[in-house]
Design a protein around this ligand. Sequence first.
Ligand SMILES: NC(=O)c1ccc[n+]([C@@H]2O[C@H](COP(=O)([O-])OP(=O)(O)OC[C@H]3O[C@@H](n4cnc5c(N)ncnc54)[C@H](OP(=O)(O)O)[C@@H]3O)[C@@H](O)[C@H]2O)c1
Length: 320
Amino acid sequence: MNTTRLGNTDLNVSRLCFGCWQLSPAFWGDIDIKPWEQSIHAAVDSGINFLDTADAYGNGYAEEQLGALMHRENLRDKFIIATKFYWNFTDPDARFADTTYDYIISACEASLRRLQTDHIDLYQIHGWDPITRPDEVARAFAKLKSEGKVRWFGVSNMNPEQMELYRAHFEVSSLQPHYNLLHRGIEQRELPYCLRHNIGVINYSPLFRGLLGGRYTAGSVIDGARASGPMFHGEGLRIITEAVDKAKAMAADLDLTIAQLAIRWTLTHPAITSPIVGVKKPDHILGALKAAEAVLPPDPWPSVGPLFTTAVAAVAALDT
Ligand SMILES: NC(=O)c1ccc[n+]([C@@H]2O[C@H](COP(=O)([O-])OP(=O)(O)OC[C@H]3O[C@@H](n4cnc5c(N)ncnc54)[C@H](OP(=O)(O)O)[C@@H]3O)[C@@H](O)[C@H]2O)c1
């Protein structure tokens, strides 16, 4: 597995990151924990050393499962662990954004406890909080860093202006944005900004929650929280699966699956450090490996991008 430096840090991360949001029953439904645990082993065996989670995934459940497994099987040293805070879920039915000093300190202690570790490698703010001042966030970060509890800090779902406000007070080492063939908005401003400032980019949903994985057809019934998105049912699903089918042929010419092509496509942008693939079972992570390693001719990229841009525009037009 290829590795690379994450932004301005000393972290040498694999070009694929293992995503743990799938351990959030509220979004993904109950998942079988055994295949998930086997996926963690498959990741280790494949040279994947980078894991992304969040305290909010399953309101602590994802971190707890990961911590228990790492402790039981002595796996902590195998991984660079990225986790996040932001959602105060003290009352799980009424969670709210919270980046106050006291909350950050207590959220970090809780994550360390659940993960059964003494340090977090990358601690990310899950979203923008317009209320708490950046210097208050920076005070909490300085304390956590001086105590050795966190090594580096990153942000998620933020634009350049928001990153700029934080960067005046602390070092931002990474951005975690939504980026895939169906969501390319960050190519305009966020990715150039990150390149300019040596901020690593770990993009989430490279398969757009499975839609670019190649498993679905126009007639598929996709249930759970995903179903409400316009691309996950009806005419929207038909338009996207038609584009996916065309892209499958391009992928096959390169001896890739459509999932590998979609993940690999995000990696061709020079700002992208590691796409985060959401994993439920070993096939997911094993099936993605080739994306990080394939050496590809430039030809497919000019046509695969516009194919999906056209499909996205057609879905957007359904609303008007
Ligand atoms: N910062 C944020 O706000 C934020 C938001 C979302 C996600 N994330 C992070 O990013 C990670 C990934 O995002 P995501 O869950 O939306 O991920 P994704 O990678 O776009 O989609 C994951 C889904 O794709 C399918 N899949 C996975 N590997 C596959 C493969 N090799 N071949 C074919 N299909 C495959 C599976 O769906 P099926 O079972 O339906 O086939 C899987 O559940 C999360 O786990 C989380 O760590 C962060």
